[in-house]
Design a binder for this molecule. Structure first.
Ligand code: ATP
Length: 274
């Protein structure tokens, strides 16, 4: 019998009010054969916050994001979302629950236009299937119009009107990343997962992406969990930070607290784990 989590109460992190618990990872352990990618990690993500997951290479960050998005099922532990324990689910079921993501390596349809790529983000929300679309033209057309209008709003919001008809394969890297963000937003997620949203970007592209992440959080109230290697970006953007190292959690708190956490400093300086 699923027991409700204590979801009441707001907290303050770095002067910003953040809401009740939206997602809770409880004692998660994930193994790949003999490799323990995640060992007994617990943390929560609160409504409306920007939560960063950081750590050196191989720390287990992407594995954790994959557990949240349903790509990996942990051998131990529980995932709670919106006050209920989540049974093992396929990624598309997780997406339907309101969790969208972007990937470390851009995963767009290169031959398709920006607009069509973003439309694919609405697929989990479409009620009519292909047969219905063929037989019940009125409802399907109405649905298509609504989806199209939602996508156009996102295109305006992310300032990509000028490339809406352009095939994604022709775009520079920074814009591709922005289109990926647009596609994830098209699903109107409650929780948005960003796997290294600034990787490979130049300074200007990073500044743009930071601004868009903050705007999405601010304007749509979207809760965001992100993995990022650029510490400046992490410390500027996030309300709270989880730090992983060798699959274990070694820090969890607001950026100021993390900056002065000895275990975190040691992990980044490569101090021995003996
Ligand atoms: N599909 C897999 N099969 C086997 N081992 C894996 C798999 N995915 C991850 N691992 C291992 O799990 C550990 C954690 O990897 P993970 O990619 O989650 O780390 P990370 O912190 O995201 O690293 P990076 O910053 O380099 O992306 C590593 O030792 C990695 O080799």
């Amino acid at each position: 019998m699923a027991q409700a989590l204590p979801t009441e109460g707001w907290i303050t992190a770095d002067g910003r009010k953040i809401g009740p618990v939206l997602m809770e990872m409880k004692n998660i352990t994930l193994r790949f054969g003999g490799v323990k990618a995640i060992t007994d990690i617990s943390f929560d993500i609160r409504e409306g916050e920007i939560r960063a997951i950081i750590g050196p290479n191989g720390a287990g960050k992407s594995s954790m994001l994959n557990v949240i998005s349903g790509f990996y099922v942990p051998q131990e532990g529980e995932v709670w979302f919106r006050g209920a324990k989540r049974p093992p689910m396929k990624p598309y079921e997780v997406a339907r629950q309101g969790i969208a993501r972007t990937f470390q390596n851009i995963a767009l349809f290169e031959g398709m236009s920006v607009l069509d790529n973003i439309m694919t983000g609405r697929l989990t929300m479409m009620e009519t299937n292909l047969a219905q679309q063929a037989l019940w033209w009125g409802k399907a057309a109405r649905e298509e119009d609504e989806h199209r209008a939602a996508v156009e709003r996102i295109i305006d919001f992310l300032e990509i009107q000028h490339i809406r008809k352009t095939p994604v394969g022709r775009l520079p890297y920074g814009l591709k990343k922005r289109v990926e963000l647009a596609r994830a937003l098209a699903a109107e997620p409650k929780l948005l997962l960003l796997d290294e949203p600034m990787a490979g970007m130049n300074v200007e592209e990073k500044e743009d992406m930071c601004r868009f992440i903050l705007d999405v959080n601010d304007e749509f109230g979207t809760t965001i969990a992100l993995i990022e290697h650029d510490m400046g970006v992490v410390m500027d953007l996030s309300d709270r930070v989880v730090v992983m190292d060798y699959g274990k959690k070694i820090g969890d708190g607001p950026p100021d607290e993390i900056r002065s956490n000895k275990a975190v400093i040691d992990a980044y300086l490569g101090v021995s784990h003996e």
